[in-house]
Ligand binder design. Sequence first.
Ligand code: GDP
Length: 463
Amino acid sequence: MSDKIAAIATGHARTGIGILRLSGDGCIEAAGQVFQLQSGKPLSSLPDRKLALGTLFDVQGRPIDHCMAFISRAPHSYTGEDTAEIQCHGSPAALAAGLEALFAAGFRQARPGEFTRRAFLNGRMDLTQAEAVIDLIDAETPAAARQAAGQLNGALSRQIDSIYSALTDLMAHFCAVLDYPDEDIDPFQAEQMGQILARQEAALQALLATSRRGTLLNQGITCVLIGRPNAGKSSLLNALAGYERAIVTNIPGTTRDTVETKVTLGGYLFRLVDTAGLRDSDDPIEQLGVARSRQALAEADLVLAVCDGTQPLTEEDHDLLREALAQADTILLANKRDLPDFALPQPAANDAPNTLTVVPLSAKTGDGLDTLETTLARRAETLLPQAAQSAAGELLTNQRQTQAAQRALDGVTRARDALDLGMTPDALLTDVEAALEALGELTGRTVREDITARIFSRFCVGK
Ligand code: GDP
């Protein structure tokens, strides 16, 4: 028996339409106490998924909205349970009054993600699909939404299931020969098993190779801004973000910590990180800032090295450039182009001048930001090819998925090595079992409560 849960699924702002979402055994009959059909028939007389007009009442039985509702009976619903939705006008007051009436009718407040959690527990979707629901809600670019929609549609699950099923078949083979554990595996059979393992190993490697693209798509391409104090890093971050996110002053060293913001440029999501500088300092707070900046640089997918174009490049600029180039693809931004003594900087021979793109711009006037946007979009295209995005939904998009896939791969590789070394079947069995368990964790077939709790804690109420 599942208890009856209710939530406002559309948030608490004034909206055109607001939805009260309900699920659980007996929820349709209980909702009928709060929502009465215009036809005078009970709510439970409605066919599944057919919108019908009616009246919503508050806890004292007073009408608070004329609106629509529909029901979906178990198991053909999002949660797999009896469900109902009441689609009201989006007044936070009316929705709250409706929710209160539902509580009086035996519902309790749904916890964040509880509808999707029930969908998962009732086998309506696997864990990667549940994660896709939240990724879709959080998607910041159309490409990220497409990826999440594909994953929700089961694109990733199908790939994992195919590997899972091949390995399960292999287990059956092993179990057949296990009755004679001391005997070597028949060479013909060993070759067949080896081929199956090699195919699954390749499939898992291909899956793991998508993980960087998946992370970049969902979390953004990490673009780290470095440069001498006063070069205009904070101003540039603000100009790109279109709002004042970092403190801009003319006192060198104002940004003591890393500041980050997400922006969409040319259809790609970028995570811009402003750094405090990389210069060694005696000040313990500045030292902390420098340590964070170095860490940010180490995580950069792209570096934006900012220099003040009104001054020639200094030794410190060259050092910064070299440090950046050693870490990641770097673009040199010559700032303050609006000032009369601006001149294009001359990178030194060991700044890799032939490959270094220099973009002159002004963070103050916005001049040159369009060129920077095009340059960034072009770099993003190489990191996240549009063509590759057509296989939407087939990318690993978070650490949990990547770690589980890696463990599965390790298990398969160990099993293949063991087979090559002529080990007995029971030795291989353990490794394939470990791979299966990791794949099971990935899709939620073998549920770990701590993992599911962490996943569903990312959700909002009503989803
Ligand atoms: P940061 O230390 O590198 O983060 O530099 P800030 O963004 O704090 O800028 C330092 C100073 O340079 C501030 O006074 C800014 O107003 C000024 N500044 C930044 N960008 C430009 C620009 O493109 N043109 C001009 N004229 N001044 C700028």
